[in-house]
Design a binder for this molecule. Structure first.
Ligand SMILES: [Zn+2]
Length: 390
């Protein structure tokens, strides 16, 4: 079996490499390349693969098969030499999030006994699922404080392999169910985790750790977190939002919450007042309609919402007995308070549906919607015929 040096383990900060091409094959329009040694991490252990270039050709995927690292490229490579350039921003991001996860899991376990059941490292977010039923603000702050204290203490992050006979000498956070030697990642003296990913070499390289939110998930708690540059970018984004809101409302950031609460209360008060005025207006309109016409009462209110049209119909029926037809733009709202068997929902089915109108309703209230104005006009004509002088 070929032995390929996995330099992403021995030197995770190595960003360029000159090496030899061992083999290359074409399949489904892509080139599958094996190198003598590699700096590109293959997908595994919950961590996505590295990106970068080999001889200027972009890497699409990196995977491991029978201990051999395979690089998938857009096009074939020429010659025997390979010049590898790692997408360092992507790798550093993975190392920061992944190492931050070890730290976060260790602190949750150490402080509260919560075990980490699963871990997600993605482009969009990173999260761990912990064995807790909920998470208090106090716990969240305590965990963040402790994790960041460890980051600022610049503890070494060590990696080494141990034979199963030696596991008992290492206080592993979780013993995996696999045979053979185990690669262990140790945050010196704090955490010992079996892991095959890439990690920083000292905690300070994680930069910063922030829990962004948590939620209940399948009887556990899912904790979302950000580390390093992701946390910095998130901070910048939030700074922009807070800054823009502060300028908009002309208040310092510390007063944003109180000011927005006041604005929301003011809006609710205005909405209440508008509703009162609409109701008064509808009563006033109804009075004038009833005084100057008779059932069926026909009202043209092109700007009215369905709710306003219904309110107007109710106001008319408070003052008179009969049928009300409100034409509100593309909609027609119907209502009646007669004692006879007039069923408006049935009427719409029989008269409006054949014309392409959509809608329906009950015996006493219904509405129908027309996209074609001439169809609505025809419906209103039929309605007039049908209702006569009711
Ligand atoms: Zn790891």
């Amino acid at each position: 079996m070929i032995q390929i040096a996995k330099l992403y383990y021995s030197d995770p900060w190595l960003q360029e490499l000159r090496t030899k091409i061992l083999s290359q094959k074409q399949e489904k329009g892509h080139s599958f390349v094996v190198l003598e040694e590699t700096i590109f991490y293959p997908t595994g252990g919950g961590q996505p693969h590295d990106g970068g270039l080999i001889n200027g050709v972009p890497i699409l995927d990196v995977f491991e098969q029978d201990d051999v690292v395979v690089h998938v490229l857009e096009q074939p490579l020429q010659g025997d030499d390979a010049f590898c350039q790692l997408d360092w921003a992507r790798r550093l991001d993975h190392m920061q999030q992944h190492s931050g996860q070890h730290l976060l899991s260790a602190v949750f376990h150490d402080e509260y006994g919560y075990r980490t059941e699963s871990f997600h490292l993605g482009e969009e977010y990173c999260s761990i699922d912990i064995s807790a039923s909920s998470l208090s603000t106090k716990e969240q702050i305590a965990v963040e404080d402790r994790a960041n204290h460890v980051i600022f203490s610049n503890l070494p992050v060590l990696t080494y392999t141990r034979h199963p006979d030696e596991y008992s000498k290492v206080p592993l956070r979780k013993v995996p169910d696999i045979a053979g030697d185990l690669r262990i990642v140790e945050i010196q003296g704090l955490d010992y985790s079996p892991c095959s990913g890439t990690h920083v070499t000292a905690t300070s390289q994680i930069g910063l750790l922030k829990i962004s939110k948590w939620e209940k998930y399948k009887g556990m708690v899912r904790v979302y977190f950000l580390c390093g540059n992701r946390a910095l970018r998130d901070y910048a984004r939030k700074q922009t939002i807070c800054g823009s809101l502060g300028s908009l409302l002309s208040v310092p950031e510390t007063e944003l919450y109180d000011r927005l609460t006041q604005e929301i209360e003011r809006r609710q008060e205005l909405e209440r007042r508008v509703a009162e005025l609409k109701s008064e207006l509808a009563a006033h309109q109804a009075k004038s309609i009833v005084a100057t016409s008779q059932s069926p009462f026909y009202v043209e209110a092109p700007q009215a919402t369905v709710e306003e049209a219904q309110q107007l119909a109710r106001s008319i029926m408070d003052l008179a007995t009969g049928v009300v037809i409100v034409s509100a733009g593309e909609r027609v709202i119907l209502a009646h308070n007669l004692q006879d068997k007039l069923h408006l929902g049935q009427l719409i089915k029989g008269k409006a549906h054949p014309l392409g109108g959509r809608g329906g309703g009950s015996a006493n209230g219904a509405q129908v919607y027309f996209t074609d104005p001439s169809a609505q006009k025809e419906f209103l004509r039929l309605l007039n015929e049908e209702l006569g002088q009711r």
